[in-house]
Design a protein around this ligand. Structure first.
Ligand code: 0PR
Length: 387
């Protein structure tokens, strides 16, 4: 540590240099991220309120009330009534919370298991590792859809929870949530839907005439949903959300914190001290954009997604894996071409995509920061790479 501090100007100068090799969303080269630039007004609000700490809500009752209001509004967007929940650091924390609830609600099961699709996010492996739970992963069929028969065969007397995904990490697909619900009906098994990505896409697709399977609280068996503001919600990084149907779950499974300056309360979080600023910012983003604002953002992303799909269809050497349900495009090499090589050559040209070796695909996520000229340039470079 420096003995004597240096000037702000000098520090800013040093930071500019040190951070100059970071990628920027606006450059368009980040084609494989589920995060994006936060909505500008949200940044202003976040900066104004960044000292708010929801880890001690008794000290910030106004912020806590705002969080409740926001949870309820999003719960209604997900077709639920009197939904409870809270904001987290992201999809991983929300999924950890959901898995913990599933385990806690079934103390009668000695060796708890969770059944989930093989496409489930790595956060469930983290949860299983931390909580000593066995994951039973169901495979996919040829069309990258969940093999429901295999899923069913993995459910047994040790199953405390099942997971469905609304917007898979690799392809943005939606699992058959209603059919999973039918499999666990009246079985006292917790049903969590991971809509970390899809949560702020799917509710707006209806208006745009796209079709997709039922995925939210309108499916009676769904107990909780993960949905992240810092993905398609245009929120501040980091901000995630967990939404829960039954309010009794907080009382039954929450942690009691008795010594806080603001007074006793119960929460479900993995973390203690928790940002209120990102929650207030998301409240402001939702109010400012309104439903129409989100529809407009999703519309542009979906049109750009189709543009990319059409362009890929014209190229030899690579093809799209499935028809996208939302703004995620999986590409797989055709015979004679190699995935690692394509990915590396694209990276050499500054195109940063996600590579999923298990499914032999590279993934582009057409976030709001990805614009049409970026896609056109990407296609030119992709043609070059494929020779
Ligand atoms: N659930 C699903 C379906 C996800 O896709 C992800 C993250 C999570 C949960 C976990 O969310 P957090 O990362 O907020 O904890 N999926 C992103 C992905 O793999 C994570 C990410 C984000 C990766 C930005 C790269 C990146 O630049 O794309």
């Amino acid at each position: 540590m420096l003995k004597k501090g240096i000037s702000k100007e000098e520090i800013i100068d040093i930071l500019e240099k040190k951070l100059s090799n970071d990628f920027e969303y606006d450059s368009g080269s980040i084609l494989g991220s589920m995060c994006t630039n936060a909505f500008d007004f949200g940044k202003e609000i976040y900066y104004k309120y960044l000292n708010k700490n929801l880890g001690d809500p008794g000290l910030f009752p106004g912020t806590a009330e705002l969080e409740k209001e926001l949870v309820s509004e999003i719960g209604a967007l997900f077709k639920g009534k009197d939904i409870i929940g809270s904001f987290t650091t992201g999809g991983s924390e929300s999924n950890l919370i959901a898995v913990r609830i599933a385990k806690k609600l079934r103390p009668d099961i000695k060796n708890p298991e969770i059944v989930l699709p093989i496409t489930a996010h790595i956060s469930f492996d983290k949860a299983a590792d931390l909580m000593n739970i066995r994951l039973r992963k169901a495979r996919l069929n040829k069309n990258f859809q969940l093999d429901l028969e295999h899923f069913e065969s993995l459910i047994n007397k040790n199953t405390c929870g099942v997971i469905g995904i609304a917007g898979t990490t690799s392809l943005g697909l939606v699992d058959p949530i209603e059919a999973i619900g039918d499999l666990i009906k009246d079985k006292n098994i917790f049903f969590h839907v991971d809509a970390a990505f899809g949560g702020f896409v799917l509710p707006f697709l209806d208006d745009l005439g796209y079709s997709y399977p039922k995925w939210d609280f309108s499916v009676n068996e769904v107990d909780s949903i993960t949905a992240d503001p810092h993905k398609m919600g245009m929120g501040i990084i980091p901000s995630g959300g967990i939404f829960i149907r039954n309010e009794k779950i907080l009382h039954r499974t929450g942690f009691e914190i008795p010594y806080l300056a603001g007074g006793n309360f119960k929460h479900l979080h993995i973390v203690g001290t928790r940002t209120g600023g990102t929650v207030i910012a998301f409240w402001a983003i939702l109010k400012n954009l309104g439903r129409n604002g989100f529809i407009k953002i999703v519309k542009t992303c979906m049109e750009n997604t189709q543009y990319l799909v059409d362009k890929i269809d014209e190229i030899e050497g690579i093809k799209t894996v499935v028809n996208p349900v939302m703004n995620v495009v999986g590409m797989t090499p055709e015979r004679g071409y190699n995935l690692c090589e394509i990915d590396q050559k694209l990276k050499n040209l500054n195109w940063m995509l996600g590579k999923f070796d298990d499914f032999n695909l590279i993934r582009a996520v057409i976030m709001p920061h990805v614009r049409r000229p970026h896609i056109t340039k990407f296609i030119e470079d992709l043609k070059l790479v494929l020779g």
